[in-house]
Design a binder for this molecule. Structure first.
Ligand code: NAD
Length: 440
């Protein structure tokens, strides 16, 4: 029997730091070949990962590919295409007092050893997208998948070492004790995705070593529906965004904010859109996911009577199934409005007009995303200027995060820092100022 002791966090970090110090991770060629290896893993083992995602979250294979595997492949391809240009030094004008022969520029230095801590809801995408950004920027990486998606965590721990050098990328599986032990080590950057309570734990641990952090958190993302928007179109798009992954999406529309007449027009359209997407009985739809565990199932169950049920409201604990649910006449003080829902429940809250909607949004924590459905330029302009959120989506929920050239991240309670595309290079590098003055 093999009784090998798992490597201690200090040894893992020391090993990766030695690799970083060797300078091996610096050349562009090293970085791009790691990205290609990761791409190879995803294209060869897409089905293994999809099976693990189905086991953990009941994700359909189509959804697993679209939102996790192919998403990450697209991000790799985009990075491979542009990395050389992103890394180019940028020259800066030199002031006259330094003489005409002086030159100045910035260069992107990798940081060193990066820790990536991922959540369970998109356990492939949210581990590998930061990981590939950190590698592209020339770092070594400790990757900590979520223990709440155990099949995916195991699959990643098995596959990553087969495709990426183990002295540059280490996978550490585990829950709170393992993560706490990791966080005691000194990293050069910590990239955390998850909830704000743990975000604070991460930031406190990072403060000990003055380690910079990126916190990709969540919150209640509102969807404002203007009275001029076509309710059928709005309902179709809201339902697709809300009930993807059974509502367990950080940028899912959390609740609808609209005036009473529009709310009444939306109700039957939302019910129609749910049926059109998942059939009369969504529990039999292969495209509809399950709640991650009993704890979240019970938490969500307690929110189901926060309003008048328009559609759904049923659940089955043994199957961890909660029907796609729309609640109307929801009181802003009710339980469903007091926390991020992170499940398949869509409350409709009414306000008199745009002014009241803007006030409602600004009275609460800054959301990760704000969505609005409106035909009015003026309304779009006002929402953009008068509210603050991580991202802003007009007419289509979730889509902004698929644009690799946009930064993805939160603000205030929804997080700090951003990534994707060149923003990952910014996050995982130090922009070093260089001045050169000839000696003669
Ligand atoms: P989770 O429970 O999987 O936790 C995330 C990570 O934190 C895991 O790897 C876990 O091991 C670790 N962790 C948990 N407790 C810890 C502790 N005490 N000390 C150290 N590490 C600990 O995921 P979650 O937090 O339930 O995820 C859901 C939340 O994440 C939601 O709020 C959601 O909006 C947010 N989220 C944000 C994004 C984004 O990109 N901004 C993406 C997905 C999810």
């Amino acid at each position: 029997m093999n009784h090998s002791t798992p490597e201690q966090p200090a040894d893992v970090v020391a090993r990766l730091r030695a690799t970083f110090r060797s300078g091996r991770t610096q050349p562009l060629e090293w970085r791009t070949s790691r990205l290609k290896q990761l791409r190879e893993l995803l294209s060869t083992h897409g089905e293994d990962l999809a099976a693990a995602l189905h086991e953990d979250l009941g994700k359909s294979s189509t959804e697993a590919h679209r939102t996790e595997i192919d998403f990450t492949i697209r991000e790799i391809d985009h990075t491979l295409e542009h990395l050389d240009a992103w890394l180019r030094p940028e020259s800066a004008p030199v002031p006259a007092h330094l003489g005409t022969d002086a030159t100045a520029w910035t260069r992107y230095d990798p940081l060193g050893v990066v820790l990536v801590i991922a959540p369970w809801n998109y356990p492939v995408q949210l581990l590998l997208t930061p990981l590939l950004g950190a590698l592209a920027a020339g770092n070594t990486v400790v990757a900590k998948p979520s223990e709440l998606a155990p099949a995916t965590s195991a699959a990643l721990a098995r596959l990553l070492p087969r495709y990426l050098d183990t002295d540059a990328v280490a996978v550490v599986e585990g829950g709170i004790p393992e993560t706490t032990a990791l966080l005691a080590e000194r990293f050069d950057h910590i990239f955390y995705t998850g909830n704000g309570t743990v975000g604070r734990v991460v930031m406190r641990a990072a403060a000990e070593h003055l380690t910079p952090v990126t916190l990709e958190l969540g919150g209640k993302s509102p969807a404002f529906v203007d009275r001029d928007a076509d309710p059928a179109v709005v309902a179709d798009r809201l339902v697709r965004g809300k009930f993807l992954n059974a509502g367990q999406t950080c940028v899912a529309p959390d609740y609808v904010l609209t005036d009473p007449a529009t709310a009444r027009a939306l109700e039957p359209e939302l019910a129609r859109a749910v049926e059109a997407l998942f059939g009369a009985d969504p529990s039999t739809s292969r495209e509809y996911g399950r709640i991650v565990n009993e704890r979240h199932f019970d938490r969500l169950g307690a929110l189901l009577d926060s309003g008048r049920t328009v559609i759904g409201g049923t659940s089955d604990r043994a199957a961890k199934y909660i029907a796609p649910t729309v609640l109307a006449d929801v009181d802003p003080a009710s339980p469903v409005m007091r926390e991020e829902i992170f499940g398949p429940i869509l409350p409709i809250v009414t306000v008199a007009d745009l002014d009241e909607a803007i006030g409602f949004i600004n009275d609460r924590d800054k959301p990760l995303a704000l969505y609005a459905f409106t035909e009015s330029d003026d309304t779009r302009r006002r929402l953009a200027a008068e509210t603050s959120s991580g991202g802003l989506g007009f007419g289509l929920p979730l889509a902004h995060l698929t644009v690799s050239d946009l930064p993805f991240g939160g603000v205030g309670e929804s997080g700090m820092g951003s990534y994707h595309g060149r923003y990952s290079i910014e996050t995982f590098s130090h922009r070093k100022a260089v001045l050169e003055k000839p000696l003669r």
